[in-house]
Design a protein around this ligand. Structure first.
Ligand SMILES: Nc1ncnc2c1ncn2[C@@H]1O[C@H](COP(=O)(O)OP(=O)(O)OP(=O)(O)O)[C@@H](O)[C@H]1O
Ligand code: SF4
Ligand SMILES: [Mg+2]
Length: 338
């Protein structure tokens, strides 16, 4: 079924979602304050107002430099972190208001897969338990069916079920990520948030795991939020890409539009960072300057200190994300000049 033929209610909708981390002054800071240092509580605006609608069956890539808030956004969507402002809607209902069965359906329905499969798998548990424990505990399967259920999932992710008695350290990095995927699938989710899910793997293994994600999406009708700092990784799998900068989405567009008609100067800069495969030509151009601290973000457009097109207005006024062509959203004052 094509995305266009599906139910048009977004499976996920983020409405002005924000998350601020408050970092209290630590013991050393409190002692320094006794000596007059004047240190204050610091607030990191990790996600600073994100609106996003995800259709059932869609794959949205979330891309941006380290620290721009991708993982925090993923954790909010998965219900691991409650937003400090704004709302997440799942299947048309605000998650904040959900209780009982509805809340449980959301918590099972949205699963997260992490970058480092080794760190996220309990080293003392056998694969059989890692994959089968949660669905049994949630009553999705009966204990006596666990072995067959785990074997089916292992086959689905390309693992030999006869290894189900082994421990995580007995598998390769790629196999461990497959165990992590099977563990998420065991809860029969509709949405999977993949946070740098292939970043720790060798390039050849990355391609295999990305292919597995694509196959599972088709077979199981899954929706993905695919987080990566690498635009080319998400381009293989995503229908649309959201580019994040310092806690905000600065451009959102279909993947091919991002590659052929990027609008935002930050997206253009990310594209220039991608190494080309043309032999003998190295066109890699890193983005100038460093990502500013989210503790003290620049005024106006947060990208202005690094933007080659910055104008006086950019320092004073924050551009809003708006539709600049059908399906293409960008937050840049240059669009007002056209
Ligand atoms: N638990 C926390 N307490 C305080 N600040 C945090 C916490 N988690 C994240 N941050 C800060 O929030 C901001 C966003 O972090 P986040 O991990 O979401 O970024 P990211 O885009 O996933 O980065 P990376 O690509 O390195 O994974 C960063 O400045 C980070 O230091
Ligand atoms: S608003 Fe100004 S600083 Fe920001 S991306 Fe556009 S031109 Fe650059
Ligand atoms: Mg992260």
């Amino acid at each position: 079924m094509s995305v266009a033929q599906r139910d048009t209610t977004p499976i996920l909708a983020l409405r002005e979602v924000e998350l601020r981390f408050v970092q209290p002054v630590d013991l050393a800071g409190r002692i320094a304050n006794l000596l007059g240092a004047g240190l204050k509580t610091q607030v990191v605006h990790a996600v600073a107002g994100v609106d996003l609608e995800v259709k059932p069956g869609e794959v949205i890539g979330i891309v941006g430099e380290s620290g721009c808030g991708k993982s925090t956004l993923g954790r909010i969507v998965s219900g691991i972190l409650p937003p400090t402002a704004g709302q997440v809607h799942y299947r048309g209902k605000p998650v904040h208001d959900m209780t009982g069965q509805e809340r449980r359906a959301y918590e099972l329905g949205v699963q997260m897969i992490f970058q480092d499969p080794y760190a996220s798998l309990n080293p003392r548990m056998r694969v059989r338990e890692i994959i089968g424990e949660a669905p049994a505990a949630h009553g999705l399967i009966r204990s006596r069916d666990k072995e067959a259920y785990v074997a089916g999932l292992m086959r689905q992710v390309g693992l030999d079920p006869s290894f189900s008695q082994r421990y995580p350290h007995q598998f390769s990095g790629g196999q461990r990520q497959r165990i992590g995927i099977a563990r998420a699938l065991a809860l029969k989710p509709s949405v999977i948030v993949c946070d740098e899910a292939v970043a720790a793997l060798d390039v050849s293994i990355q391609a295999q795991v990305l292919n597995l994600f694509e196959k599972l999406r088709d077979d199981l009708d899954l929706t993905y939020l695919f987080i990566s700092h690498n635009l080319s990784v998400v381009s293989h799998i995503s229908d649309r890409v959201a580019i994040m900068y310092l806690g905000r989405v600065v451009e959102l567009a279909p993947t091919d539009t991002v590659f052929t008609r990027a609008n935002h100067p930050y997206t253009e800069a990310l594209l220039k960072e991608l190494p080309t495969l043309t032999p003998g030509r190295r066109t890699y151009q890193p983005i100038k300057g460093e990502l500013p601290s989210p503790l003290d973000p620049p005024t106006g457009c947060a990208f202005h200190p690094r933007c080659p097109h910055a104008m006086p207005r950019c320092k004073a006024e924050r551009p809003l994300l708006r539709e600049i062509a059908p399906g293409q959203y960008s937050a840049c004052h240059l669009n007002d000049l056209a």
